[in-house]
Design a protein around this ligand. Structure first.
Ligand SMILES: [Zn+2]
Length: 376
């Protein structure tokens, strides 16, 4: 893996490379920007460059240090992230001391997946906050000597997961920067960080990824065919991690279920609709529900595109179903439906009770399509 493997972000790479060349890399960096644009991936890659035996601005990917970073096992690399709290755990315990064997297995498996793909998001059940003990651990490690000629790199992923105590502990480390160590905080919610932390870091803003950049990455890096890449890139909405998750789901089946759902919502009685909503909510995770609404969004954008007489639709393989749908509701206000879908997605992200989001949306879409169609 080289800098070329970090998708786009040319401005960011230039800033970092210039700092390395001039030997002016600050001791604390904050990589911020939307989710899934490559902040963690760039942070890990930077750790590799700083420890690679070649000593240049990019890694050789072949020396023992590079190989150890690739498996996330290098002694100079410390990853800090939210972890579950063990039974009876106190803040004086080490962060992993009281964690159950199952949770530990889950953590290892997440790290393994991150090593396979730096764009993977470490997501551990019941892990909501970065523990103060994890930050104390960082401080303890910075007192030990650095292995080889490299630099110690501490990456605090989703730094906004730090509570106030952990933040204050980190602040101490930032105030007395340890030797030969670089701290990289990553965050998709910079405003949730303590201003005193933000002001002690050099801020590096990551750009949004375009639909085209995601599409190309899927084709070249993941061998996804062009048609599927088109759809996934649209659904991913700038988030490459989400795109990766979609490759591995039964994406086409899910999309076809979605069309069936629409038919049901527009033709059945309340009881049947509630049963279906209950089934979907029970069998899906929150990201899956979000993906469901994103797919709905693309579906209605396609219907609207066809209604306007244009032909640049995304679900090209579902042309006949799209046509049938539009023929049924030729005067539908699809713009209002799309707005309602976007509202639903934002409610899900705000943790509003999911069945409520569904019913709100269903009432809206029935009002728009069914009540209107009676007028004709
Ligand atoms: Zn190397």
């Amino acid at each position: 893996m080289s800098w070329n493997d970090i998708i786009a972000q040319h401005r960011v790479k230039k800033i970092i490379n210039t700092s390395i060349e001039l030997n002016r890399l600050p001791h604390a960096l904050l990589f911020y920007g939307s989710e899934g644009v490559g902040k963690d991936a760039a942070a890990i890659h930077l750790a590799k460059v700083l420890n690679c035996k070649s000593g240049g601005t990019d890694s050789c990917d072949d020396c023992t240090d590079c190989k150890q970073i690739n498996t996330l096992q290098h002694p100079n690399l410390n990853l800090v992230f939210a972890m579950p709290v063990g039974k009876g755990e106190e803040s004086s315990d080490s962060p992993i001391e009281k964690i159950s064997a199952d949770d530990m297995a889950n953590i290892y498996s997440q790290i393994e997946q991150k090593a396979k793909n730096f764009y993977h998001k470490i997501a551990i059940d019941k892990a909501n906050t970065i523990k103060i003990s994890s930050i104390r651990d960082v401080r303890r490690k910075t007192a030990m000597s650095v292995s080889g000629k490299g630099k110690r790199v501490i990456i605090i992923m989703n730094a906004e997961d730090m509570g106030i105590e952990a933040s204050n502990a980190l602040l101490k480390t930032l105030e007395e920067p340890p030797q030969n160590t670089i701290l990289i905080l990553t965050s998709s919610n910079k405003d949730a960080l303590l201003p005193t932390i933000v002001s002690r870091c050099q801020l590096i803003r990551f750009d949004e990824l375009t639909e085209n950049q995601i599409k190309e990455a899927l084709i070249i890096r993941e061998n996804v065919d062009e048609e599927k890449s088109n759809i996934i890139a649209r659904l991913a909405n700038g988030n490459y991690r989400r795109a990766l998750e979609m490759i591995n789901t039964d994406f086409f089946e899910k999309r076809s279920q979605l069309v069936n759902f629409l038919v049901l919502v527009l033709t059945s009685d309340t009881l049947k609709i509630s049963q279906e909503v209950e089934r979907i909510v029970k069998s899906s995770s929150k990201p899956e529900i979000e993906q469901f609404f994103l797919m709905l969004n693309v579906w209605f954008r396609d219907v609207k595109t066809m209604q306007e007489g244009a032909d640049n639709i995304i679900n090209t393989d579902l042309l006949s179903r799209l046509t049938k749908f539009l023929n049924r509701y030729p005067n539908g206000d699809f713009h209002r439906i799309i707005t309602a879908i976007e509202k639903s997605i934002s409610l899900i992200q705000k943790n509003v009770y999911i069945p409520l989001v569904f019913f709100r949306f269903i009432v809206t879409i029935r009002n728009i399509l069914l009540v209107k169609s009676k007028d004709f």
